[in-house]
Structure formats: C-alpha cells, structure tokens
Design a protein around this ligand. Sequence first.
Ligand code: 0X9
Ligand code: ZN
Length: 413
Amino acid sequence: MKFFVGVLFLVQFAVSVRFDGDQVITVVPRTPHHVKLLRDVGRVTEVDFWSPDDASGVLVGHPVDIRFPGSYAKVAKELLRKAGMSYEIKIENVQELVNKQFDRNGAHTRAGGYDYNVYHTYDEIQQWISDMATQFPTLARQSLLTTSTEGRAVNMLTLGSSTDKPIFLIDCGVHAREWIAPAFCQFFVHELLTLYETDAQVKTMMDELTWVIVPLLNVDGYEYTWSDDRMWRKTRSNYGTACYGVDANRNFDINWSGEGASTNPCSNTYCGPSIESEPVVKALSDIIRENTGNIRGYIAFHSYSQVFVYPYSYAFEDTANADQLYDLSSRAAQAIKDTTGMDYTFGPGYDSMYLVSGGSKDMAYNNQIPLSWTIELRDTGKYGFVLPESQIEGTCQEMYQAMIVIADEAMKG
Ligand code: 0X9
Ligand code: ZN
C-alpha cells in the first residue's frame, strides 16, 4: 500500500509543472527601444508576463514583472544588462514560494469546520456552496450558472432576504492562478450570511440588494492549477490548435479582439475563436443582459496589484459617471488603508493599466451597470500569484471594508 501511494505521488509529481529556479524580474523600460526588446521577449511562449499580463501592455516608464523559466533566467538577465536596463529580482525561486504558499500548516483539515484562511480545491468549494445554501435557507440559494468546457458545474449563490431587489453581481476566479480571488468570495459570502442577524449594516445590505455571487468562475483552469500547472491563467478549451485555453477576460462582447487582446491561441491573453466562446463568459453575459437596468454594481475580483480599475479599459475614454467612480474608489481605498494600512490605487483601466479589450467590467458598464470594477487584490508582487495563505485573512478583512463602502453607494441607487 505504502509503495502504491509512493508511486501515485511520483506520478503526480511527474505531471506537475515545476518552477525550480524560475525568477520573477521587475524591469522598467526607459526607452522605446527597451519596450521593443521586452515585447520581443514576450514572443517566447515560455516567458510568462505577470504584470502587465501580456507583452503588448509594456509601456515606457511602467514597471514590468516577468517570470523567466529557470533555464532562461541567466540569458534574460544578460540580455537586459546588455541593453542597459537595470532590473530587480523580485522572486529568486518561484518553486520555493509555491512550496510555501500553504503556510498555515495542517489547517487545511476540516476538523474545526470550514477554514476560510486556506486555499480550497474545486471540489471543496462546490461542497461549500451547497453547504451555505443548506445552512442559510432563507438567505442563500444555490443555482447552476453553466457547465464548463470540461463538464464541471459552475455554481452561483444568490443572497438576500428577498430575491427581487436591485442586483449586485460579483465573480471571482476568472483567472485560474489568482487564488486569492475565490478565497475572498467565500469569505465575503460567509460574512454576509453569518452577520445578518447581528450586524445592522449587513442586514441593510442583504435587505436592500440581491447579491449574485459566482465564487469560482473559471473552474477548469482552477482545477488545472491544482493538478498540473500552478501558473495557468486561461480556461481549458481547445479549438483544434496546439495551445489550450482562452483568456475569459478577453472573451466578452466589448471591442472583442481589439487592442489589448491577442488572437494567438498560445498567448495568455487569447481572446478566443469567437465572442463568448467560453461557456462561463456566455452565461455571465446572459445574466447581465437578462437583468438590464436592474444591476447596480458589478465586480470581478482578480489579483495582483492592489488596484480598483473602473471603465474604460478598451479605449482612452471616460465613462459618464467617471467622477462618481473616482470618488467611490478613493473612499474604498481609504477604508482599506484604515483597516490594514495597505495601499490600493485606483483609476480608469486605460490610465492605471494597459488597454484591455473584451474585459467583463467594460461589458458590464456598457450594459447599464453604473458601478463596475475589476479589483486586483494583494499583493504588489512580492509573492504575486503565489500569495501565501497567511495573507488571506488580511486581504479579506480589508476588502470587506471596501465592499461596505461600495454597497452603501449601490443602495442609494
Ligand atoms: O488583464 C486583466 O485581465 C486584468 N489583470 S490581471 O493581471 N488580473 O489579468 C485587468 C483587467 C482590467 N480591465 C478590464 N477588465 N477591462
Ligand atoms: Zn486576473
């Protein structure tokens, strides 16, 4: 038996991608030549842009975080040096961080009930969704959003003391490797459900709004980050090309396949073969369209960068309510600062980041959802996507306070 388990472990070990010696390097391009060089680097499939998430987002004066596989790191650094670019090694060995991400030793066991301060698998999150609906029958309903490309159920929770109030729509985990996002969604749902009876603010939020929350959107990609490749970002669809996966946040019907999206199936920002090709994107878009005029707010939770991004991202254009979004984001960021001292920045997508076409929050805004964000949770790159579990609690507490500020505005209508 022992031998058998050992063999299984080895098999598992053999299929998983390892990141030994992989380095995340931060570099600030100072000239158009530097930008060109980094964009060329981005053509190498094995090179993984962490922030911005694609080489096309590289701009003069803006820091870039890039993960170089161990075998490339030395050459890459030489190249940067020769081009006169100074760089900083942000992560010395990605595999070491991957090994340390579960740093709440043993807390993953279910002995003391569900632990919100550890990362959970797809199966655990599925079970948790149904447990929430069972434990809080008057406040929570579970339903099927859709079935993923690989046939997994994508479930959502509708929360509130009634189901016909203006909607606040939230999704977490559209990008598979951003594990902190689904962790926040679970925490947030739990807070709304358990504080309803005792916390006046939560009671109002649950009485005045209907919360539609998809705790884990990209289920196939997420499962893949646990089984095979911790750095997977996209879905797991395959449309007959050498590479798998579509960037679900480039697959929405808003300037689809335009600037800031790639038509190369091997790119991490591949927009897919057609608008809403991904079942999760289609299903979420349907919810948005079916409830036109009745959704007050939309947030897609991502990581990392600590930033509130509001529309637009697909064009250098401001929304009609840009002042409101600026002011509200600023107050939400202040609530975070007051809670944990963390700094979050904010701004329209075109300003705070590179252009993005086919992203959900622009689509949501253009479908009459006035308060719409992509929120990038912790951190600012020390751990990047491999944020250790010991930081889940702080991240959730601070963002919960920001959500109270945002909900307050959403309830005003
Ligand atoms: O590029 C993205 O999809 C988001 N950043 S991430 O590193 N989490 O991948 C930012 C998207 C912001 N803009 C839009 N959603 N349009
Ligand atoms: Zn993301």
